[in-house]
Design a protein around this ligand. Structure first.
Ligand code: FAD
Length: 430
């Protein structure tokens, strides 16, 4: 199941040449393309399935600075500024609302984690602050839980994933970007160390530069080039409720549920304490790199061994430009929904804020996230491959930072002075 995305009139034919080819029509690829086009660069975006069909339409829409690593905060601060300009830039209300994000804690240990994060970002001029259980009761009325406390960031917010990527795509098209859906890139063309084009299922496009914004497929794409890029897939599940009177417009994250108000009057709800982890071969190959992460988050993982393992094994590991690639075999990753996890989300939210008993479930879906070992993306090149920039591995929180990520990616392609320090995102840190 997939959320309904605003449609975009895209091209059917590929050009023979472009200055920059962006591989992947998720929010990162599209934002990169818009930034490049605004600087007068000729850009083509190629998407194997449909625009934003994977993570970029399925996410919860949260835009947060809270709980980000200190070195990742400049990207989210720049993104806040760019989100505020999004309506003017695209001509569409993408639902950006700076209504605040509140994380509530049920135990002293959770509260200590919030305190630790707040101390780690001291001096960065954030408006995050600790709040008491009493303050939470006043901010989000009608609750039954007595929370130990929480952390509140008034300038955090959210936007609508089902609208935003389409709005950016249309703005990019108006700026002259060619976007082609159902066109997988199989391999890169190279002359020595230099990228000279992309081989697609519809033929060759020559270009000076390629941006790889391929989300959870980046690991496979790069492995086919002999480059190892560690990412593991984890599945997050979401619920869209009917229109209802909720307790607040603040987005609220609890240990075992989350909710945020939608532009259509409903709520997007999630079991925040559970992510699906259908086992794949990569879990065995990469598991050791994730031990520190799993040590803290082990209780969240709902590990299963099912058909995903076999389906993934059936996909080719190596292919040539003439072979049908894995990207044509799986046009859109649409993971099986774990309804048991969604049921938990509804039970937990209704127990904490009984007003959600009136919420009717209109739609549910899952989305597969691409998680790197340090939960930061890669934005930048790979030594020895000239003309290739990666912008991928956004680790379950790349919707919020996509405006700055796209801007930074475009700046690196054009060798402009970057607006923020790109060093935390270097590929060679792995
Ligand atoms: C359920 C869920 C909840 C989330 N909640 C949040 C949240 O609240 N806030 C937040 O900030 N982030 C959230 N995220 C994460 C966020 O959605 C992602 O980090 C972000 O969308 C990544 O964008 P992307 O463009 O890199 O990837 P994607 O949206 O996955 O786009 C990559 C695109 O590349 C295409 N592609 C891949 N290979 C090829 C190829 N060879 N040729 C052509 N096309 C190709 C794919 O089809 C895909 O459309 C969530 C994610 C999920 C799944």
């Amino acid at each position: 199941m997939a959320p309904k995305i605003d449609t975009v009139e895209t091209a059917t034919d590929i050009p023979s040449q472009a200055s920059v080819v962006v591989v992947g029509g998720g929010i990162v690829g599209l934002t990169t393309a818009l930034n490049l086009a605004e600087k007068g660069v000729s850009v083509t975006v190629l998407e194997k399935g449909r625009l934003a069909g994977e993570q970029s339409s399925r996410n919860l829409g949260w835009i947060r600075k809270t709980s980000r690593a200190r070195r990742d905060v400049p990207m989210s601060l720049l993104s806040d500024k760019l989100w505020a300009e999004m309506q003017q830039r695209t001509g569409v209300d993408v639902g950006y609302r700076q209504n605040g994000i509140l994380f509530v804690a049920k135990s002293e240990a959770e509260m200590a984690a919030h305190e630790k994060w707040l101390a780690s970002v001291q001096g960065l001029d954030l408006d995050s602050r600790l709040v008491s259980g009493q303050q939470i009761a006043e901010m989000v009325p009608g609750g039954t839980e007595s929370w130990v406390g929480g952390i509140y960031t008034p300038s955090d917010g959210y936007a609508e994933p089902m609208i935003t990527s389409s709005a950016i795509a249309n703005a990019a098209i108006r700026r002259g970007v060619t976007i082609v859906e159902r066109c997988a890139v199989r391999t890169l063309e190279r002359s020595g160390d230099k990228v000279t084009g992309v081989q697609t299922e519809k033929g060759l496009i020559t270009c000076d530069h390629v941006v790889l914004a391929t989300g959870l497929w980046s690991r496979k794409f790069l492995a086919n080039m002999g480059v190892s890029f560690p990412t593991l897939p984890l599945v997050c599940y979401a619920i869209r409720s009917s229109e209802m009177d909720g307790p607040t417009d603040i987005a609220v994250g609890a240990p075992n549920f989350s909710f945020r108000k939608r532009l259509d009057g409903g709520y997007t709800i999630c079991q925040r304490g559970a992510v699906g982890s259908p086992l794949l071969l990569d879990h065995a190959l990469l598991g050791m790199k994730y031990l520190p992460m799993f040590k803290d988050g082990r209780s969240m993982l709902r590990i299963s061994l099912g058909r995903e393992f076999v389906e993934d094994l059936r996909l080719k590991r190596r292919w040539s430009p003439d072979d049908v690639s894995p990207f044509e075999k799986v046009r859109t990753m649409d993971p099986r929904v774990r309804e048991d996890i969604n049921v938990e989300a509804m039970e937990n939210i209704q127990a904490a804020w009984p007003t959600f008993a009136s919420a009717t479930v209109e739609e549910t879906w899952g989305g597969t996230m691409d998680i790197t070992p340090d939960s930061l993306p890669v934005i930048g090149g790979i030594d020895g491959i000239e003309g290739l920039t990666l912008s991928t591995g956004y680790s379950g929180h790349g919707f919020g930072t996509s405006p700055a990520a796209g801007q930074l990616t475009a700046e690196l392609v054009l060798e402009d002075t970057p607006s923020i320090d790109p060093s935390p995102y270097r590929f060679d840190r792995f």
